[in-house]
Design a protein around this ligand. Structure first.
Ligand SMILES: [Zn+2]
Length: 403
């Protein structure tokens, strides 16, 4: 795949994919963009556009069958106004001097028919060829950051041209200034003040996590501040940190933990968000004790309140935690998940749960965990009733709602 994006207040993009990268004779794309041309085997092609059933994105289909395509190119342009994100937590907006372009909001075409398609996940992880070349160019005084490695940077006249390689696509374009720290670098948005001492929070978090849950060498963290309400996210050692997250130390602790201390997870279990978000939220509560007296206790209260509010607000009918993925309830793992871990902690003690979680992180660093493997780590601690109560039934959730 080759993708080139020109950013000048709006996006001008051109993508070219090979036959092997196509799963459909067309593609899906954020509905804010205007399709300028669809080129098949070098010639402009006819195509039709329809909106997805939920009206969240557009589906483009070419008139010829997929077998007739040797390669396809798409030219599209436009800007995002913050209303067309795919999922509620990722609504993006493009401004004259700032843009966040994410695969999650379909800023780039995926050559499948629908996001329901299982192929979406294969695209997200490696659907485009890993040696895909991505070029993003913008005005001289702007910088482009990505989770992908930067291979080359050139300046021609008043334009900077950034070249990346890889297939998990997220980019930020903006005005930044950089602070080097022992663990990597922090990139602040120019003109947006940050009151918290990020360097110190990162320091404390990494030292705590290394001491209790195993040493992880981190020297290439890249923190990139992004505007409020865009939602923070992490890919490998790149943290896109939304400015509203900077009002609470815990959001930063949370994102730093993701970098070094999440196990690999089987896809089915992954969608429950338990092994990334629940565990990270639990660690976060623990570390918060360093920053505030009774910090963890207060944090569990926050989780409890948040869980209650979410259930009430969206009128959610409960399903067992292990089915969260199936029902797309993964967001509940942020609040309910750490409370489950806290219940286990209260049963077996802090040092025992720490040694189990430490063992989990060591064992599942390079192989994938699932729930039964996770429960097996607690063999000998006699927590079967807790597992039943909190994971396999909705009793634990009702218990929290009633308290
Ligand atoms: Zn998270």
């Amino acid at each position: 795949m080759e993708l080139s994006i020109k950013y000048q207040g709006k996006i001008q993009a051109h993508i070219k994919v090979s036959k092997a990268e196509l799963k459909y004779n067309g593609f899906i794309l954020n509905k804010s963009f205007i399709i300028e041309d669809v080129i098949v085997n070098g010639l402009s092609s006819n195509y039709s556009i329809e909106l997805s059933d939920d009206h969240q994105y557009q589906i483009i289909t070419i008139s010829s069958g997929i077998n007739a395509v040797n390669y396809m190119e798409v030219k599209y342009s436009g800007s995002l106004d913050g209303t067309t994100g795919l999922w509620p937590y990722v609504k993006e907006i493009t401004l004259p001097e700032f843009a966040l372009l994410r695969f999650e909001t379909l800023c780039f075409p995926f050559f499948i028919k629908s996001i329901e398609d299982k192929e979406l996940y294969s695209y997200v992880h490696s659907g485009f060829h890993l040696d895909s070349k991505i070029t993003v160019s913008c005005n001289n005084h702007l910088t482009v950051f990505s989770n992908l490695p930067l291979e080359n940077l050139a300046t021609i006249n008043n334009e900077k041209i950034f070249e990346f390689r890889g297939s998990f696509l997220n980019f930020v374009v903006g005005k930044f200034e950089q602070l080097k720290i022992p663990y990597g670098s922090i990139n602040y948005l120019i003109g947006k003040e940050v009151k918290l001492d990020l360097k110190n929070i990162i320091d404390i978090t990494i030292k705590y996590m290394s001491e209790y849950y195993g040493e992880v060498l981190i020297d290439d963290i890249n923190i990139i501040c992004i505007p409020e309400y865009l939602g923070s996210f992490v890919d490998k050692h790149t943290v896109f940190l939304a400015l509203d997250a900077l009002s609470d130390v815990r959001f930063i602790i949370h994102e730093i933990i993701h970098i070094g201390w999440n196990p690999l997870v089987e896809l089915n279990a992954q969608r429950t968000r338990f092994f990334d978000e629940a565990i990270t939220q639990y660690f976060t509560a623990r570390i918060y004790d360093i920053f505030e007296e009774n910090g963890s206790v207060k944090t569990y209260k926050t989780y409890q309140l948040h869980f209650k509010k979410t259930i009430k607000k969206h009128n959610i009918s409960l399903v067992p935690l292990i089915d969260y993925g199936k029902y797309e309830y993964g967001d509940l793992s942020y609040s309910y998940g750490p409370l489950v871990l806290k219940a286990i902690e209260e049963r077996i003690g802090v040092s025992n749960i720490d040694s189990v979680l430490r063992a989990m992180l060591a064992k599942y660093r390079y192989q994938e965990i699932n729930f039964s493997k996770f429960f097996k780590l607690f063999d000998g601690y006699n927590i079967n009733d807790i597992i039943e109560f909190y994971f396999y039934t909705t009793k634990g959730q009702n218990h929290i709602l009633e308290n």
